[in-house]
Design a protein around this ligand. Structure first.
Ligand SMILES: [Ca+2]
Length: 341
C-alpha cells in the first residue's frame, strides 16, 4: 500500500499538481491507506533534489549541485553527455544525506542517433562516500564506497544470453570491490532487469527506495504511469552522510544522457525495537548473506574461527578413527587367538 501511495504521489506531482493540492490529496491517501498498512509518509527534500530551472547549477558556487566534466545545464534538462564519442559528465549533490529511509526518483532520457546496440554506455546513480571523482565506472571512480545503480545501454560481454540490454543493475561496494566493465558488472551485481529505455517519446523514471535496510529499484518506462519491480534486496546496510550523484560516459559509441530531475523524498516509517536494533548505524556498506570476493576483509575474524573449527573437528575425527582402529584391531586379535584354541 505504501508503494501505491508513493507511486500515486509521484504521478500526481508529475502531472503538475500544486504542492498544497498534492498535500491534500496525499493526506487523504494516507488516511485511507494508513489505517490498513504500514504507515509511511514522504517529504521532498529540496537540498537533495535537482529540479527545473536548475537555479545556479554549474554557475553559482552556492548551488546545491555541482557539475563535472562535459555535463551541461540546459533549460529542460541537465545533459551528462552529448551524443558524441569519448565524453563524460556528472552532477553531484554538495550536501551529504543523513536520512535513514529515503526514495530517489530519477526522471531521465537516453536518446541518440545510434541503432540498437550501437550506442553507449549508459549512466549511473550514486549514493557514495566520495563525490566529484572521475573514473571508469560510467564516468565515476571505481572501488567506491556505497551504492551504484547502473542503467547500462551497451552489452560489453560478448556472450550475453541471460541479460537483454539496456539493463539496470545495482552494486554495493565497501571500497575493495571493483566494477568489471568488460562483464557489465555481472560478478558484483546484486540484482537487475532489462529496461528498454532508449529513444522513447514518453517520460522514463527510475526509483531507488531504501527503507528499513531494504533496497528496491522500480521502473516506470512504458508510459503507463505504473511502477514495475526491477530489484529488491533486503539487508543492505548503507552508512549515512554519503552523497547523491549521477554520472555518464560515452566511448566509441554514444548517446545523449539527460537528467530531467532528481527528487529525493524522506520516508518516515515506524520501527519496532527489534528493527531499531537491526538497523543500527554502520560505518562501511554491507550486504547481508552476500559472499562477494571483495567483501572478505570484513569477514576475516569469521574465517579464523572457521579454520579453528575445521582443525578442531579434524582432530576429533582423527582421535575417533584411532579409537575405532584400536577396537577393531583388538577384536581381530581376539578372533585370531580363538582360532588357535
Ligand atoms: Ca556495458
Amino acid at each position: 500500500m505504501a508503494k501505491a501511495a508513493a507511486a500515486g504521489a509521484a504521478i500526481l506531482q508529475r502531472s503538475g499538481w500544486s504542492n498544497a493540492g498534492l498535500l491534500a490529496v496525499f493526506s487523504w491517501w494516507l488516511l485511507v491507506w494508513g489505517s490498513r498498512a504500514e504507515q509511511m509518509e514522504e517529504y521532498l527534500k529540496r537540498e537533495h533534489s535537482l529540479t527545473k530551472p536548475y537555479q545556479g547549477v554549474g554557475s553559482a558556487s552556492s548551488s546545491l549541485w555541482e557539475l563535472m566534466g562535459n555535463a551541461m545545464v540546459m533549460t529542460q534538462f541537465v545533459r551528462l553527455t552529448p551524443d558524441m564519442q569519448s565524453k563524460q559528465g556528472a552532477v553531484w549533490n554538495r550536501v551529504p544525506c543523513y536520512l535513514r529511509d529515503w526514495e530517489m526518483q530519477v526522471h531521465f532520457k537516453i536518446h541518440g542517433q545510434g541503432k540498437k546496440n550501437l550506442n553507449g554506455d549508459g549512466f549511473a546513480i550514486w549514493y557514495t562516500k566520495d563525490r566529484m571523482q572521475p573514473g571508469p565506472v560510467f564516468g565515476s571512480k571505481d572501488n567506491f564506497l556505497g551504492l551504484g545503480v547502473f542503467v547500462d545501454t551497451y552489452p560489453n560481454e560478448e556472450k550475453q544470453q541471460e541479460r537483454v540490454f539496456p539493463y539496470v543493475s545495482a552494486m554495493v561496494s565497501n571500497g575493495s570491490l571493483a566494477y568489471d566493465h568488460d562483464r557489465d558488472g555481472r560478478p558484483t551485481e546484486l540484482g537487475g532487469c532489462t529496461a528498454i529505455v532508449r529513444n522513447l517519446n514518453h517520460d522514463t523514471f527510475l526509483v531507488i527506495r531504501y527503507v528499513k535496510r531494504r533496497l528496491t529499484v522500480l521502473l516506470d518506462i512504458d508510459g503507463k504511469h505504473e511502477w514495475r519491480d526491477c530489484i529488491d534486496i533486503p539487508g543492505v546496510h548503507l552508512p549515512r552522510g554519503y552523497y547523491f550523484g549521477v554520472s555518464s560516459v560515452t566511448g566509441d559509441l554514444s548517446d545523449n544522457h539527460d537528467i530531467i530531475s532528481l527528487k529525493l523524498y524522506q520516508l518516515t516509517v515506524e520501527r519496532t525495537p527489534e528493527e531499531e536494533k537491526r538497523d543500527k548505524e554502520v560505518f562501511l556498506p554491507v550486504v547481508e548473506n552476500m559472499k562477494l570476493p571483495g567483501m572478505e576483509p570484513s569477514l576475516e575474524p569469521m574465517s579464523g574461527l572457521a579454520l579453528f573449527l575445521i582443525v578442531f573437528f579434524s582432530l576429533v575425527a582423527l582421535v575417533f578413527a584411532i579409537v575405532i582402529g584400536i577396537i577393531v584391531y583388538n577384536k581381530w586379535q581376539e578372533q585370531s587367538r580363538k582360532h588357535f584354541y
